[in-house]
Structures are given as structure tokens and as C-alpha cells.
Write a protein that binds this ligand. Structure first.
Ligand SMILES: Nc1ncnc2c1ncn2[C@@H]1O[C@H](COP(=O)(O)OP(=O)(O)OP(=O)(O)O)[C@@H](O)[C@H]1O
Length: 412
């Protein structure tokens, strides 16, 4: 069988990992497999494939290469692991390929972002949100404003699913929507290098890589047990498919592309996170979020603790992103630079103003003026009605009221 003959020369090497510069990194996770697989192992696999009529799922010429002898301590390759723990519970037929599959289940009534429809929320009988409705779409940046305790964070928590509304709906573009959160507390680990920090954005991908390595190692050690080897090969095949589904091959490409966009140099890759200022750590935090390719970005006071230069950089950078964003910030200039829409929450009621913060101020002033004009008009009408009633009452008492006036008095 040609495919098994290839084993002798090609070994377990995957094309979807070969182009990554992870191979050059101080902490490589993968590198091209240059060591030929042992003849014994090849023979065993051949034997297994023939004797068990095993469906050949392992794409040998494209299989993965993980040099377990040179892989560093960043991957835990504990030999004492229970061999059964290497196997997925999921069968190949039920693998979640959602990232490679654009179709998603569930009704979706919006083309991007999220919509709040008639959301109400009370805490201990106190109403915080009353029929709140607004939406944010691709390209839009919504600023949530309102006094302390108005319910801004509650709205973010309801969108993210951390809080359930008492009534109303949160319509999402898709059920498994990726919602990322950037707050004033940047989620970075100071003991990592910059590149490791960015790799942390790819938890699922790294998990697959780690499992691939373990299974590959187990295959090499299972030469005496063909049954086990068969199962391990199946698992390896399954993991390969998962690796393709999660785009494992583009992890390093994405990081290398993003780093200069965030202002990091190539030399920064191996520097410890701890050696960077808070502003630069924020860039890492934001970078990690964007690497996850979110469908929605929620920002809660992101400029707190940042210097002016960094805030301006952040404004410029966020302005170039078209992922839908919802921003809470006390920094009005920040909202002014970024927002395309302002949602004000006042006494539980929300009002939407199109434009940035300055437009909101003007819009709000016009709205107040219109409200005041309406109130004045109403007051005049009340005064007029009162005057009329008192004149009519006086006329009725003196017996001079007309029939129509008497009817009016009777009714009011
Ligand atoms: N889990 C909770 N239990 C009880 N009350 C809560 C809870 N979460 C929020 N609240 C109350 O709901 C109200 C709105 O809180 P929220 O944090 O959403 O306001 P906010 O507009 O974000 O305020 P701030 O600008 O001060 O952060 C506040 O009065 C708050 O005390």
C-alpha cells in the first residue's frame, strides 16, 4: 500500500504546521519532523493496517510532526498519564467543526452584533432597567452613559450572559457568539514572555497541539499493542481534523502579523511581560482579545490607569476595527473619538442618540428643550383650562352660562 510505504520517509508530519515560525521561537511547540520513524513502528502500523483492515484515516504524508525530544517544558508530557485520558469522548462524526463551518444553528434576526429588546431587570424589588432596547452592529461603537448606578454594567453583564434579564430578549447574531471583554484590569501573566502571552489567546488550539504531541508519543510507545495503536491512530486522526478545524496552522502567522500592529518589535517576543509598562500590557491584553476574532467587544473603563499617549493610541487602534463594540467610559473625549451611537440610561429608561459624545450632548440638549417646550405648552393648556373653568363657574353661579358651557362644566 503506497500510503504505508510513505511512512518510512515522510513520518508524522503535517503541512498545516510546517510554515509556522513557531519553529524558530525560543519555546517551540512544533517543528518539522526530521527524524525518520523507526522501522519497527512503521512495520507495526503496516501490520495493523493490513490485519485489522483499518480504515486509513491517518493522512500520512500530511501528518503532524512534533519532535518530542526537543520540545521544551512549556508542554507537559507526563509519561505517567493514564493512556485512556488521551482518547476523546467525542467520536469523529461528532467533532465540533464550527469554526470551519459557516452555517450555524438557531434563529438569528440580526446580521451582526447584538440587540437588546425590552430588557427589564430589578434587584431586590428596585427596578434598574425598564424595557431597555438598543442594538450594536458591525462597524458601530456604542457608548453606554448614565449616572453611577444607572445600570450600564448590568447591561454589559446581560449581553455577556453573566446576568439574566427578568424579561426581554438579547438577540445575538449566532448562538455561540464570541464576546470579548476588555476592562481596566488587563489579563496578562507577568511571568510569561510576550509571545507566550499571545499564544494564551489560543487555548483551544494549544490544547489540541498538546494532545497531538502526547498521542504521537504514545503511538511510538505502543509497538507491542496493535489494538492500542489502532485506537491511538484513530485519536491522532481525530485530533488532526480538530487541528484543521481550529486553524492551528495560522496561530503563529496571526501573532506575527499582530505584534507590529500593536507596536511590538520582533525582539520583544522573548521579553517578559513584567518588563513592560501598564500601557503596553494593555496592548497585549487587547491583542489577545483581537486574536480570538470576537463577534462583539465589550469595554468597561478601558482607559483607567492609561497615560494620554496610550489612550490616543488605543483610540486610533479601536477606530480601525469594525467589530461591534460597546464602551463604558467616564472619559468623554474617548467616547467622543470612538462612538457612533450613545445609549443613555436614566431612571431605568434608555434613549439612543446617533453620533459621538458631542452629538449626544447636542441631541440631549435638544431633547430637553423639546421636553421643556412640551411641558410649557401643557402648562399653558392647563392654565387656560383652569381659567375657563373658573370663568364658567362664575357665569354658572350668576346664571349667565350658555348650554354648551354648562355641558363643559358638567363634563370637567
Ligand atoms: N448583583 C446585584 N445585586 C444587587 N444589586 C445590584 C447587583 N448588581 C447591580 N446592582 C445594583 O444595580 C444598580 C445598577 O448597577 P450597575 O453596576 O449596572 O450601574 P452602573 O451604571 O454600571 O454604575 P457605575 O457607573 O457606578 O459602575 C446599582 O444600584 C447596583 O447597586
Amino acid at each position: 500500500m503506497e500510503i504505508t510505504t510513505n511512512l518510512r520517509h515522510t513520518n508524522l508530519r503535517s503541512s498545516f504546521l510546517t510554515t509556522t515560525t513557531l519553529t524558530n521561537h525560543r519555546k517551540p511547540y512544533f517543528r518539522p519532523f526530521t527524524r525518520p520513524i523507526s522501522t519497527t513502528l512503521t512495520n507495526c502500523i503496516n501490520k495493523h493496517l493490513h490485519t485489522h483492515h483499518h480504515p486509513i484515516r491517518l493522512n500520512v504524508t500530511n501528518a503532524i510532526a512534533i519532535d518530542t525530544q526537543t520540545t521544551t517544558t512549556s508542554i507537559d508530557t507526563d509519561d505517567t498519564d493514564d493512556i485512556e485520558s488521551l482518547f476523546s469522548n467525542t467520536s469523529p462524526e461528532t467533532v465540533d467543526f464550527r469554526r470551519s463551518n459557516n452555517k450555524h444553528s438557531g434563529a438569528s434576526t440580526i446580521s451582526s452584533g447584538v440587540r437588546l429588546e425590552n430588557i427589564s431587570k430589578s434587584y431586590k424589588g428596585v427596578t434598574v432597567l425598564k424595557d431597555v432596547s438598543w442594538e450594536v452592529k458591525k462597524g458601530e461603537k456604542v457608548g453606554l452613559v448614565g449616572v453611577n448606578g444607572a445600570g450600564k454594567t448590568t447591561q454589559l453583564r446581560i449581553i455577556s450572559g453573566a446576568e439574566e434579564p427578568d424579561s426581554g430578549n438579547v438577540i445575538k447574531v449566532k448562538p455561540n457568539m464570541r464576546i470579548s471583554f476588555l476592562s481596566q484590569e488587563f489579563e496578562v501573566s507577568e511571568s510569561r514572555t510576550v509571545r507566550e502571552e499571545f499564544l494564551d489567546a489560543f487555548k483551544e488550539e494549544m490544547e489540541v497541539a498538546k494532545r497531538l504531541e502526547k498521542v504521537q508519543k504514545a503511538i511510538e510507545g505502543s509497538v507491542e499493542d496493535l489494538e492500542l495503536m489502532g485506537r491511538l491512530l484513530d485519536e491522532f486522526d481525530l485530533l488532526q481534523r480538530r487541528a484543521q478545524a481550529v486553524n492551528l496552522d495560522v496561530v503563529d502567522v496571526k501573532i506575527s502579523k499582530l505584534m507590529p500592529e500593536l507596536g511590538f518589535s520582533v525582539e520583544d517576543s522573548d521579553r517578559l511581560v513584567a518588563s513592560f509598562s501598564g500601557g503596553w500590557q494593555m496592548r497585549m491584553s487587547l491583542g489577545k482579545i483581537l486574536l480570538q476574532d470576537p463577534d462583539l467587544l465589550l469595554l468597561d473603563e478601558p482607559t483607567n490607569h492609561l497615560d494620554l499617549d496610550t489612550i490616543e493610541w488605543l483610540e486610533g487602534y479601536l477606530n480601525k476595527q469594525d467589530v461591534p463594540m460597546v464602551i463604558i467610559s467616564h472619559d468623554r473625549a474617548f467616547l467622543d473619538q470612538l462612538c457612533t451611537k450613545i445609549v443613555e440610561t436614566d431612571m431605568g429608561v434608555s434613549r439612543t442618540f446617533i453620533g459621538n459624545y458631542s452629538d449626544y450632548i447636542i441631541g440631549k440638549a435638544s431633547w430637553i428643550e423639546a421636553q421643556f417646550t412640551a411641558w410649557e405648552k401643557q402648562q399653558k393648556e392647563i392654565e387656560h383650562t383652569r381659567g375657563l373653568i373658573s370663568r364658567l363657574s362664575a357665569g354658572a353661579n350668576s346664571g349667565r352660562a350658555s348650554t354648551a358651557e354648562k355641558v363643559f362644566l358638567f363634563l370637567f
